[in-house]
Design a protein around this ligand. Sequence first.
Ligand code: PEP
Ligand code: MN
Length: 264
Amino acid sequence: FLYSREHQKEDTIVMVNGERIGNGDPHLIMGPCAVESDQQVREVAAVLKQKGVKLLRGGAFKPRTSPYDFQGLGVEGLEILSRVAREHNMAVVTEIMSADQIEEAIPFVDVIQVGSRNMQNFSLLNELGRIDKPILLKRGLSATIEEFKLAAEYILSHGNKKVILCERGIRTYETATRNTLDISAVPILKQETHLPVIVDVTHSTGRKDLLAPAAKAALAIGADGIMAEVHPDPANALSDSKQQMNLNEFEEFYSEIQHFLKRN
Ligand code: PEP
Ligand code: MN
C-alpha cells in the first residue's frame, strides 16, 4: 500500500503555505465550526495569529446531521475565509462535501478537508486524488483504522501524495463525551503509515473542559497537530455552540498546551 511504511520509510511532510506538516514542530488548526460572517472570522483570526497559529479552519459547506440546521455560507464563506487568512498570512483549511465543489473551492483553499461523514465517499476521494492540493482526511464516525488507511489509499493511488490524517473520535457506547477519542490511533497510524497525523479535540470530546488535556495527550503521543474550534461568541454560534472555545478560553487553552508545541 502507498500509505505504508514498507512503501515509504521517511515521514511525508505536507507543505502548506510554507509550513511543514509532519515530523517536526506540531501545528494548530483553529477557527470557528462554521464561517458565519466576515466580522466573526476576523475576530477569531486576529487572536489566533497573535499566538502564532498558521492554519485557519472554518466550514463553508457544513455536513449537518439535520437538513434544517445551518448548512454554511457556501462560496461566500470561502471568500470570507480566504480574504481574512490572506491578510494574516494564514492558510485556509475547509471542508468540501462533493466532487463538484472542488473546482469552485480550489482558488480559496490551501487544505481541503474531507469530513467524517465522507471518509468513504470514494468518488470524492478519487477526484481529490487527481488534484495538487493537500487533503485533510478525517476518520469516519465508525471507521476502523484499517478502513481509515484504505480511504487515504484512494487519494494516494490517484496521484495526490499530500494527505494528512485526522483522528476525530469514534462512536462507542460511551456517552460522557461526544465521541470516544481513540488516542492509540495516533501511534498506530504513525507506525503503519508515513502520513502526518493530527487530532481534532473538539469533535472527539465535544467538551470544552477536555480540550487541553486531550490536546496534551495527543501531542505527547506523537500527533503532528491539533484541530479545535474557536468562536468569538460561542453561545450564539450557528453550529456546535456548546463545544467551541471563546477567545479567552482559547488563550487559556494555548497557554496550557504551548510547552507541548516544540519538538525539535
Ligand atoms: C468539522 O471539522 O467541521 C466537522 C464537521 O468535523 P467531523 O467531520 O469530524 O464531524
Ligand atoms: Mn463543528
